[in-house]
Design a binder for this molecule. Structure first.
Ligand code: RTP
Ligand code: MG
Length: 139
């Protein structure tokens, strides 16, 4: 039995701009997870640098921070048993071109000539990441 936990989900600027926030929330709720907190943020560079600290120095870091700061983001604290792994499974793999149909990225995303992969949502990848990221976005 997976334990009760919370994860950070972000509807990224591409998802918000494409009016997919409701669709993402609908999939989370239909799965049985609970929306515990939600806010719309225009993230600063400082916040994004903290959030994506693990990617600092990688070639896609600058375009990623640029993209994530290009418009409003919807930050959601989502709760449920096993939700950290479970939401990653709902989201699908990073590249929307190859993400499995049935997943958020597989159903709703595709490749764009955009300088960085745009893939609609973010989900924390471990309990440690979830705790760290929830603190960044909700404190
Ligand atoms: P996320 O953190 O946003 O939930 O995505 P993820 O775990 O599936 O992917 P991650 O490896 O953490 O990468 C974070 C975001 O950086 C962009 N990216 N671009 N090779 C590339 O061009 C590349 N690799 C990663 C994507 O927007 C990815 O979601
Ligand atoms: Mg990640």
């Amino acid at each position: 039995m997976a334990e009760a936990q919370s994860t950070l989900v972000l509807v990224k600027p591409d998802g918000v701009a494409r009016n997919l926030t409701g669709e993402v929330l609908r999939r989370i709720e239909r799965k049985g997870y609970v929306i515990e907190d939600l806010r719309m943020v225009r993230p600063t560079r400082e916040l994004l640098t903290r959030h994506y600290a693990e990617h600092e120095g990688k070639p896609f870091f600058e375009p990623l921070v640029e993209f994530m700061g290009s418009g409003p983001v919807v930050a959601v604290r989502v709760g449920g048993h096993g939700v950290i792994e479970g939401f990653r499974s709902l989201a699908g793999t990073t590249d929307p071109t190859t993400a499995a149909p049935g997943t958020i990225r597989g159903d709703l995303g595709r490749d764009w000539d955009a300088g960085v992969i745009q893939n609609i949502v973010h989900g924390s990848d471990s309990p440690e990441s979830a705790a760290r990221e929830l603190d960044i976005w909700f404190n």
